[in-house]
Design a protein around this ligand. Structure first.
Ligand code: CP
Ligand code: NVA
Length: 310
């Protein structure tokens, strides 16, 4: 007797914004806004009843953990917080084996770690979707929230111009990818030596350009975004980075050079007096609290897309 071959449908992952199919980036934003309205109206909606999200954190988090966990509970499911410290991952169990085992139990796995390759290895051996909750290379979930926030406040971002000020880091890379997927232009004001990855930048073609002077770069911009000078894992470089980025604070000069209706965003946590002045982040053009809240709604749209029962 021949054995029945049971093949799993190809598993979808969200390792970067480039994993979304054509049309999905804006679909997710519209859906996130709908889910937000329904949540605010007190409506119960549980499309992921009994579904479980595993969440592996190799780095600290407030927003990512709280938003994914809350999102899963609101959807009728649950989430399990796993840190390398308390799992066998921290004692050297191979990623491949951990992915095989966990993905036979849970319905999706969110990972926050250092190297993007860790995520890719996990994805290769997982039966369930892997979601990038931040790596050294990308932070795509944050970009879903940022794009939702920009859209809510100013309408479609197509043809608009955003300015990234600061380090060419994981957030900057995800902004470059977002410019491709949401069809806007991006200027990057970073000090020499802190450019984004050349391949990520080149893949975006001429929609992204580096302009060293943040005030000059801000002219005509619709959105100004920044992030910490030293990311998680770069704590020892803090002093050197404070010197390198001294001229890269988003302050009133930068915001005044942008369009009068320009918004300010920051993924948080923020360091007032370093990458942003208190006056800007706590001022009228800042939408950082909406942006933080939207992590919940945008990720719920993503979870619904990836984890809904077939
Ligand atoms: N913006 C962001 O990812 O925040 P956390 O590090 O608190 O998750
Ligand atoms: N670039 C920052 C983002 C934190 C949400 C970091 O990686 O630490």
């Amino acid at each position: 007797m021949t054995k029945a071959v049971i093949s799993n449908p190809p598993t979808r992952h969200f390792l970067s914004l480039l994993d979304l199919r054509a049309g999905e980036p804006m679909q997710l934003i519209h859906r996130a806004i709908e889910l937000k309205d329904r949540q605010h109206a007190g409506e119960r909606y549980e499309p992921l009843k009994n579904r479980v999200l595993g969440m592996i954190f190799d780095k600290a988090s407030t927003r990512t953990r709280v938003s994914f966990e809350t999102g899963m509970i609101q959807f009728g499911g649950g989430a399990i917080f796993l840190s390398a410290r308390d799992t066998q991952l921290g004692r050297g169990e191979p990623l491949e084996d951990s992915a095989r085992v966990m993905s036979r139990m849970v319905d999706g796995i969110m990972i926050r770690t250092f190297d993007q390759a860790t995520l890719e290895t996990f994805a290769m051996h997982s039966r369930v979707p892997i979601i990038n909750g931040l790596t050294d290379q990308f932070h795509p979930c944050q970009l879903l929230a940022d794009m939702q926030t920009w859209y809510e406040h100013r309408g479609h971002m197509r043809g608009k111009t955003a300015l990234w000020v600061g380090d060419g880091n994981n957030m900057c890379h995800s902004y470059i990818n977002a410019a491709r997927r949401f069809d806007f232009r991006l200027r990057i004001a970073c000090p020499a030596g802190y450019d984004p990855d050349a391949a990520v930048l080149a893949a975006a073609g001429d929609r992204c350009e580096i302009i060293r002077d943040p005030v000059a770069a801000a002219a005509g911009c619709d959105l100004v975004v920044t992030d910490v000078w030293a990311s998680m894992g770069q704590e020892e470089e803090q002093n050197a980075r404070e010197k390198a980025f001294a001229d890269y604070q988003v302050d009133r000069r930068v915001m005044d050079a942008a369009r009068p209706d320009a918004l300010f965003m920051h993924c948080l946590p923020a360091h007032r007096g370093e990458e942003v002045s208190a006056e800007v982040i706590d001022g009228p053009r800042s939408v950082v609290w909406d942006e933080a809240e939207n992590r919940l709604h945008a990720q719920k749209a993503l979870l619904e897309l990836l984890l809904s029962p077939a």
